[in-house]
Design a protein around this ligand. Structure first.
Ligand code: SF4
Length: 870
């Protein structure tokens, strides 16, 4: 007992932080050495044995300890099967006993006391006070690596170095005194110890699970939570591990069968980012799985469960130990074609993909371990390779939960992705141009028909499968291309949601309803009776949704559903739902926003997971160039001008002294900041930031930028400039700051979207977008000052800004100021009309303006003023 207990804490002694952490760590147990394999591990992962006297013969036997039942009455539990290979020479007592007489130390001691005392004889380990169960034992504990193949080798392989290795057990504990000599020499070992241990471990796990399930059912505790879908786990707070039991009903189709042990990533989690998934059908075997379901209604009614909370930690550890005990490389057995003996575990079961548990996978067989194959690296090989089946597309809409699985050619891979990115880029351009949903739908229709057609099932088109397959594949290819950076992920989610909304709105209503039903969004339809009962309140909710006016469908015609209110905080905030008893009653028209929210949320999470898997693709020299090309062509407008000089226009003099001259090509946002600087001799922080980055984007070098700002800040002394401003300019260029700032070359110039939506200017500030942040009178004055005096243009700008179409107003002014050049450029075929619509970045405005004004001087390559990212 010397090192088996933690020292009691003296009163008044305060534990250090480290000690507190250590005490909370369930694996922080004393380390013990397995004398057979010489593996040192926390003792939990080793199997302990005591030498005990046989109740009938009095002979010493090795008895496993620590696997005793905690349930007092286990008579109902049937005796387990006998070992795989009954050893005829084994005495009767060796057969695996029933639960009520499991031959762990506990039961055997009851009758073994006298023999124990006899065998103990003069040696030094009589029952002690520390032995709280008052169970005598012979000799101290011995520990063996808890690994089934090792136990098999004790008995099976003549030439194995582990043959009869159990004889070495106990010698170490004897400390070389030979006091246990005769007992150890005579000590017996069960021939079926490996199966016996497995049986005990499984029983204890079943017992633990049934216990917690009972607490859930009877006391409403949250130890085991049933999940309908794999991603339900993301929303649950206390996550320990996931348990997969297979379909709840016979004949139910399994969409995905996880391997014996896999993991699931929890995006955005602070702690427990990765949790284990145990396939209990494989871990426990069919028989124990059936017993578990017999004992527990909770486990009978579902297939996937989350085990969590502190009280279940020991049980989770037992599952780990059991997994370690039966760990094997199934795939290697399949690959090498090794003939496989009868399974120990009746584990004929399916094995699937490891990373994305949402994917349907086909099956493989798990086989018994061949103990000769000991050179297996289990850390690398414990996850089986996926085997795929073809995806079906019963619905037009798709949440893209499962990745595609069939083969396609590289050409298709590239072409489908390009087609989708064209559609997405145009959709994004529509949003930049502030097109209404109706305008966007009209604008996108021909493009969608051309690049990404998607007919409804009722259309009877023969192309349905091909269209849906292309949609499915192209989405996943772009996921790979756009998962690399936060910016791209956000942008991709936004445009994919827009595309999904467009399709959702135009889908056949019956097909749409059928699709929504498949999402398992956990909506409860409101019955007619309940609608009648709450008619007044629901009617008021509908009226509030119509701006206080009555109209639209009546309460009884509306398709109501109810959900937990925490699922729709946005609808609660805008009072578009009726709340009662913690449930939000959502009218049919608002359900679209719930579906869209779910789509966005799942896509964000999936992109997060994809980004973590991206490094695995690095070595693929066929796909990586295509994906890089795709992501560059869809590059965020903000990052197109990162490095000074990289986007400089050839032949243009970009220097501090020439900025005044170049400012005629600046968009209104930047020319206003420039004028303010020249007028006041200083600028406030956000103005400096916006303008510094813009100048960096047009190609002004750091040295020139410092000169420009020093001369521009004529109102301040050298000393003040060096102290307060110089560093900021260098920081923007990535010349100073943290490693990541230096590596990334500082900040990217702001795009219109950022300027329009972030940091609205306050009093005395000059940054922002004048079309958005100026009053119409001030804007008109500013436009006149820059030479825009045409009343038609000013009127158009006024209308645009009033309709919040700021980009349109800016493009209108651009077109007016470059009327002649644009006409010439169009006539000469340098520029297409489509390219003119999409100025979404001040630097792009400058570049296009400069090139148009210098059409004669610009080199041929630079004359194509194609938009970045188009
Ligand atoms: Fe500048 Fe963009 Fe506003 Fe035009 S729309 S003024 S480029 S921020």
């Amino acid at each position: 007992m010397k090192y088996t207990k933690t020292k009691p804490v003296k009163s008044g002694y305060k534990l250090t932080k480290f000690q507190r952490h250590l005490r909370r760590n369930p694996y922080a147990e004393p380390v013990r050495l397995c004398p057979i394999t010489e593996t040192a591990l926390p003792k939990f992962f080793l199997q302990s044995f005591n030498l005990m006297a046989h109740p009938e013969t009095g002979e010493p036997w090795f008895v496993p300890t620590g696997l005793e039942s905690k349930v007092p009455d286990t008579a109902a539990e049937p005796p387990p099967d006998a070992a795989d290979e009954p050893n005829q020479s084994t005495p009767k007592a060796e057969a695996i006993p029933s639960e009520s007489s499991e031959s762990t130390a506990t039961e055997m001691d009851k009758d073994g006391t006298a023999h124990a005392a006899k065998l103990a004889g003069s040696h030094s380990h009589p029952p002690t006070k520390q032995n709280t169960n008052n169970k005598p034992r012979i000799g101290p504990s011995a520990y063996v690596l808890s690994y089934q193949p090792l136990f098999q080798e004790f008995e099976r392989h003549e030439r194995s170095p582990y043959k009869k290795g159990y004889k070495r057990l106990g010698w170490m504990s004897d400390h070389g005194h030979n006091k246990l000599g005769s007992a150890l020499n005579k000590a017996q070992w069960r021939a079926d110890m490996d199966a016996f241990l497995l049986e005990l471990m499984r029983r204890r796990v079943v017992e633990g699970l049934a216990h917690f399930a009972r607490l859930v059912e009877e006391e409403g505790r949250g130890y085991v939570v049933r999940c309908e879908r794999w991603d339900d786990v993301f929303g649950i707070k206390h996550r320990g591990c996931l348990l997969y039991l297979g379909p709840a009903e016979d004949g139910q189709v399994e969409e995905y069968v996880p391997p014996r042990l896999s993991k699931i990533d929890i995006p955005g989690a602070r702690y427990g980012k990765v949790i284990a998934v145990h396939n209990l059908r494989m871990v426990l075997g069919e028989e124990h799985q059936a017993r578990l379901r017999e004992q527990s209604k909770l486990f009978r009614e579902g297939s996937l469960f989350l085990l969590g909370r502190q009280a279940t930690v020991k049980l989770q550890m037992s599952l780990w130990k059991l997994q370690g005990y039966i760990a094997d490389d199934e795939q290697e057995a399949a690959d090498s074609g090794t003939p496989t003996p009868a399974p120990t575990t009746t584990d004929k079961t399916s094995v699937g993909e490891t990373r994305d548990p949402q994917g349907p996978r086909a099956t493989a067989t798990m086989n018994r371990i061949d103990a000769k194959r000991r050179n297996v690296d289990h850390r690398k090989k414990q996850f089986a390779d996926p085997v795929f089946k073809e995806t079906q597309y019963p619905h037009r809409l798709n949440f893209y939960s499962a990745p595609p699985t069939a083969d396609i050619t590289l050409e298709q891979f590239e072409q489908w992705a390009i087609d989708r990115s064209r559609v997405l880029a145009e959709l994004e351009a529509c949003s930049f141009r502030n097109k209404t949903p109706a305008e966007t739908a009209a604008h996108m229709k021909p493009l969608l028909d051309k690049y990404l057609p998607l007919d409804s099932t009722s259309s009877g088109s023969s192309q349905l499968h091909a269209q849906r397959q292309k949609d499915h594949y192209s989405h996943f290819i772009l996921r790979l291309a756009f998962a690399s950076t936060e910016d791209l992920r956000r942008r991709f989610t936004r445009v994919e949601t827009m595309l999904f909304r467009l399709r959702f709105q135009t889908d056949d209503s019956r097909e749409r309803a059928a699709f929504v039903r498949t999402l398992n969004l956990d909506w409860e339809p409101v019955s007619e009776e309940e609608k009648r009962e709450l008619a007044q309140q629901l009617g008021a909710t509908l009226a509030a949704g119509h701006g206080g006016k009555r109209g639209g469908p009546g309460v009884m015609d509306e398709d109501w559903c109810k959900v937990d209110w925490t699922r729709v905080p946005d609808l609660v905030e805008t009072r578009k739902v009726y709340l009662r008893g913690g449930m939000a009653y959502v009218p049919g028209r608002e359900q679209q926003s719930m579906v869209l929210n779910a789509f966005t949320k799942r896509l964000e999470e999936a992109l997060e997971l994809t980004s973590r898997a991206l490094p695995n693709l690095d070595e693929d020299d066929r796909l990586t160039p295509i994906l890089n090309h795709l992501s560059k062509n869809f590059i965020a407008p903000d990052s197109g001008y990162t490095n000074a000089g990289s986007s400089a226009i050839e032949g243009a003099e970009i220097s501090a002294r020439n900025i005044d001259n170049l400012s005629q090509h600046f968009p209104l946002c930047m020319s206003h900041v420039h004028r303010t600087l020249r007028r006041d001799g200083k600028l406030k922080h956000f103005g400096r930031l916006q303008y510094t980055l813009f100048l960096k984007g047009i190609g002004l070098s750091l040295e020139e930028a410092l000169v420009f700002w020093r001369t521009g800040f004529r109102a301040v002394s050298d000393d003040t400039f060096n102290k307060e401003y110089r560093y900021n300019v260098r920081h923007c260029y990535g010349d100073v700051g943290g490693d990541s700032n230096r590596r990334s070359g500082g900040y990217s110039p702001f795009g219109c979207q950022k300027i329009l939506t972030e940091h609205a200017p306050g009093p005395g500030e000059a940054h922002g977008c004048p079309y958005r942040h100026f009053t119409i009178d001030n804007l008109t004055t500013l436009l006149r000052a820059t030479g825009v005096t045409d009343p038609a243009v000013l009127k158009g700008v006024k209308e645009d800004t009033e309709a919040q179409r700021y980009h349109i107003a800016c493009n209108r002014v651009f077109e007016h100021l470059h009327k002649t050049e644009l006409k010439r450029a169009k006539d000469e075929g340098i520029m297409t009309a489509a390219q003119l619509e999409t100025i979404v970045h001040p630097n792009e405005y400058f570049k296009r303006s400069y090139l148009l004004k210098h059409l004669d001087k610009a080199p041929k390559g630079e004359r194509d003023v194609k938009m970045e990212g188009s």
